[in-house]
Design a binder for this molecule. Structure first.
Ligand code: NAD
Ligand code: TYD
Length: 362
C-alpha cells in the first residue's frame, strides 16, 4: 500500500484528483490535509469514507507541528500539493493571505518532507516524490498570435496570485537544485469540470444564468484562456508522479484556447438546449444577461500552453475535448443543485458583493 499526502484535497482539483486516484489505483492510501477554507468542501468527497485507504486531516499546511506529525504517523511516499489560495480577484483584494498559504505553506511542506525523507548521507529515501501543482499564470501574459508557454518561458507574473505561485515554484526549484530534493513542478492551464467553486468563470456563469442574474464579462471579453477538463489534469499529475523525470517541470494544457465571451455564449446556448422546456428558468437564460463590466486590474490577455514535453516524454494528451467537457460540466451542475446551494453561503455572497457591486457597467 503506497501512501499519498494530498494537500487541498477538498478543493476543486484536489477532490477530482482523489476520485480519479481511487478509480484508477487499488493499493493506495490517501491522507488528505485541508484547512477547509471557503473553497474546501467535504461534500466533494462524500462518497469516500474514512478507513484503511483514506484519512481526512483538517489543518493548515503552514502548521509545522501538524505536518511533522503526519510524516511521523504515516509512511508518506508521495506528496501531491494542491492547497492554495487560488482566485485572482481575491488576491487583488487581499494579497497577504496568498503569500502566507502559497509561499509560506509550500515552504513548510518542503521543510517537513525534506526532514522525513533525507538519509544520513544527504540522499533521499528511494521512490519518494513531491509534486508541486502550479499554474501557467506564472509565465505572465502572451501577446503575439501563435506564441505559447514552454517550460523554459521566463516567469513574469502580474497578479498577487500568480506572483505567490511563482514564489512557491521557485522555492521548490531551489530545493531541487540545492539538495537534489525529489520533486516535480507542474504548470497547468485553466481547469473546468465538476466541484469547481462558483467564483471562477465557468461555474459562476452557470450559476448566474440559472438564477437569472447578470453575466459579468470583464473588459471587452476577448481575453483568452486555455481550458482543460479537470480529469485530464488529474491523469497528467498521476503520470508525472509515476514516470516523470525527477527534478523536471511539466506544462499541462490542452491546446484549447477560447475567448471569454465565447465561453459565456456557449454556456447560454447549452443551458437553453439542456434545460427542459417546462423548466421556468429556461426562458430567462438569454444573451441579454451578458453585461460587460469594468476590467479586472492587471488582467492578463492570453494564456496558452504548449504541452509538447509531457506528450513526448510521458505520452500524456487530453482525452476530453471542450465540446464534451463543457456539456458534462453543465450536466453535473444541473444534477447537483444541492451542492451549488450549499456553497453559495454567506461568505460567497459577501465576496460577490465586494467583487462585483463596485464594478462600473461598460
Ligand atoms: P481551490 O481553491 O478549489 O481549492 C484549494 C483547496 O486548498 C481548498 O480545499 C482549501 O480549503 C485548501 N486550502 C487553502 N488554504 C489552505 C491551507 N492554508 N492549508 C490547507 N489547505 C488549504 O483550488 P483549485 O482550483 O482546486 O486549485 C488547486 C491547485 O491547482 C492550486 O495550487 C492552484 O494554484 C492550482 N491550479 C489551479 C488551476 C485552476 O484552473 N483551478 C489551474 C492551474 C493550477
Ligand atoms: P477565472 O476563472 O477567474 O480564472 P483566471 O483568472 O485564473 O484565468 O477567470 C477566467 C477568465 O474569465 C479571466 O480572463 C477573467 C474572466 N472573468 C470574467 O470575465 N468575469 C468573471 O466574473 C470572472 C470570475 C472571470
Amino acid at each position: 500500500m503506497i501512501t499519498y499526502l494530498v494537500t487541498g484535497g477538498a478543493g476543486f482539483i484536489g477532490s477530482n484528483y482523489i476520485h480519479y486516484m481511487f478509480r484508477e489505483h487499488k493499493d493506495i492510501r490517501i491522507v488528505n490535509l485541508d484547512a477547509l477554507t471557503y473553497a474546501g468542501n467535504l461534500d466533494n468527497l462524500s462518497d469516500i469514507g474514512q478507513g484503511d485507504s483514506y484519512r481526512f486531516v483538517k489543518g493548515d499546511i503552514c502548521d509545522r507541528e501538524l505536518v511533522e506529525s503526519i510524516f511521523r504517523d504515516e509512511d508518506i511516499r508521495y506528496v501531491i500539493h494542491f492547497a492554495a489560495e487560488s482566485h485572482v480577484d481575491r488576491s487583488i483584494a487581499d494579497p497577504d493571505t496568498f503569500v502566507r498559504t502559497n509561499v509560506l505553506g509550500t515552504m513548510n511542506l518542503l521543510h517537513c518532507a525534506y526532514d522525513a525523507w533525507v538519509q544520513p548521507d544527504g540522499t533521499f529515501s528511494e521512490g519518494c516524490r513531491f509534486i508541486h501543482v502550479s499554474t501557467d499564470e506564472v509565465y505572465g501574459s502572451l501577446t503575439g498570435e501563435g506564441t505559447y508557454f514552454y517550460e523554459d518561458t521566463p516567469y513574469d507574473p502580474h497578479s498577487p496570485y500568480s506572483a505567490s505561485k511563482a514564489g512557491s515554484d521557485l522555492l521548490v526549484k531551489s530545493f531541487i537544485d540545492t539538495y537534489g530534493f525529489p520533486a516535480n513542478i507542474t504548470n497547468c492551464s485553466n481547469n473546468y469540470g465538476p466541484y469547481q467553486f462558483p467564483e471562477k468563470l465557468i461555474p459562476l456563469m452557470i450559476q448566474n444564468a440559472l438564477s437569472g442574474k447578470a453575466l459579468p464579462v470583464y473588459g471587452d471579453g476577448l481575453n483568452v484562456r486555455d481550458w482543460l477538463y479537470v480529469e485530464d489534469h488529474a491523469r497528467g499529475i498521476d503520470m508525472v508522479c509515476q514516470r516523470g523525470r525527477l527534478g523536471e517541470k511539466y506544462n499541462i494544457g490542452g491546446h484549447n484556447e477560447r475567448q471569454n465571451i465565447k465561453i459565456v455564449e456557449t454556456i447560454i446556448d447549452l443551458l437553453r438546449e439542456m434545460l427542459p422546456e417546462e423548466d421556468p428558468r429556461r426562458a430567462g437564460v438569454t444573451r441579454d444577461l451578458i453585461t460587460y463590466v469594468e476590467d479586472r486590474k492587471g488582467h492578463d490577455r492570453r494564456y496558452a500552453i504548449a504541452p509538447d514535453k509531457i506528450k513526448s516524454e510521458l505520452g500524456w494528451e487530453p482525452l476530453t475535448n471542450f465540446e464534451d467537457g463543457i456539456r458534462k460540466t453543465i450536466r453535473w451542475y444541473l444534477d447537483n443543485e444541492k451542492w451549488l446551494e450549499g456553497v453559495i453561503s454567506g461568505e460567497y455572497l459577501r465576496f460577490y458583493e465586494q467583487n462585483y457591486s463596485g464594478r462600473e457597467k461598460l
